[in-house]
Design a protein around this ligand. Structure first.
Ligand code: ATP
Ligand code: MG
Length: 257
């Protein structure tokens, strides 16, 4: 190859933003020449590497946007420890059919049973498949919605949240919703209803949601929309945190009284 063609090839690769190909081109062409690799295979390898690089870049960008607090995958989940979870339901969720059908997913159960872990794992599965996701704790959501409401830009904030194909709201029930926050939350759920999926975690059973919102009417209206197309995973079992404390030889904190 003449030095002119070589220069032009590199320049074209840069112009076309085929940075992955450009990066490995020289070393791979050397290997290909030594091993007499056919041209078709060379092209296939170079384009395949470019595609993988782009996919990985997109995945990392979507992961950053999602604000997921940790990377907990479904493969890291020990289902033997939590036998109350029907694994076929989780396997079905990983097909992401629920996303295509704009169904919601709710993980219910006491502290430490893996609700957040499973929600995040499902979020990562969706991101890997090319969907956008956004994670927020209920207390942070209340704070953000109330701020937007007071500044008269709730609509804008809800529009921003509506852009995500998957919205993960963690820890419903640890923080009470006052009347205004309940109204904002109702708006959010109504907007996403039958359009896109919301994944929630809560330590409270549906029957106790009236207490979270201090208002049975708004709680019923929220649940009505949320549960119309919804998969509920009810987890009953021991806290994994407690198991880890025991494994490390630490006893649980003494109960008062
Ligand atoms: N079955 C499991 N296999 C592996 N790790 C688990 C399992 N269950 C929980 N964990 C881990 O234990 C910790 C607590 O789990 P997680 O945060 O998901 O609990 P939670 O149900 O959301 O609790 P909380 O209601 O207190 O928020 C996390 O580090 C999580 O990765
Ligand atoms: Mg949690």
């Amino acid at each position: 190859m003449s030095s002119l063609s070589y220069e032009r090839l590199h320049q074209n690769l840069r112009d076309l933003k085929l940075n992955g190909v450009e990066e490995i081109l020289d070393s791979y062409l050397e290997i290909a020449a030594k091993n007499e690799i056919p041209v078709l295979e060379i092209l296939d390898h170079l384009i395949d590497q470019e595609k993988k690089r782009r996919e990985s870049h997109l995945f990392e960008t979507r992961m950053k946007w999602s604000r997921l607090p940790v990377r907990k995958e479904l493969d890291d989940f020990d289902f033997d420890f939590q036998p109350s979870i029907d694994q076929t339901v989780i396997r079905d969720l990983t097909t992401l059919r629920f996303l295509h059908n704009a169904e919601n997913v709710v993980f219910l159960g006491p502290p430490g049973v893996g609700k957040t872990h499973l929600a995040i794992g499902l979020g990562i599965t969706a991101i890997k498949a090319g969907f956008s996701a956004y994670f927020i704790s209920a207390s942070n959501l209340i704070e953000r919605m109330m701020k937007a409401y007071r500044h008269e830009n709730l609509d804008q904030y809800l529009k921003m949240l509506a852009r995500y194909r998957v919205l993960l709201i963690d820890e419903i029930g640890y923080h009470p919703f006052d009347a205004e926050a309940g109204y904002c939350f109702f708006q959010l759920i109504s907007r996403r209803y039958e359009r896109s999926s919301t994944i929630l975690t809560s330590n409270k059973s549906y029957g106790e949601w009236g207490e979270i919102f201090h208002d049975q009417v708004i709680a019923t209206a929220i649940l009505d929309r949320l549960l119309h197309h919804c998969i509920t995973v009810n987890i009953r079992g021991d806290s994994y945190r407690l198991k880890e404390r025991k494994r490390m030889g630490l006893t649980p904190p003494l109960q008062k009284g």
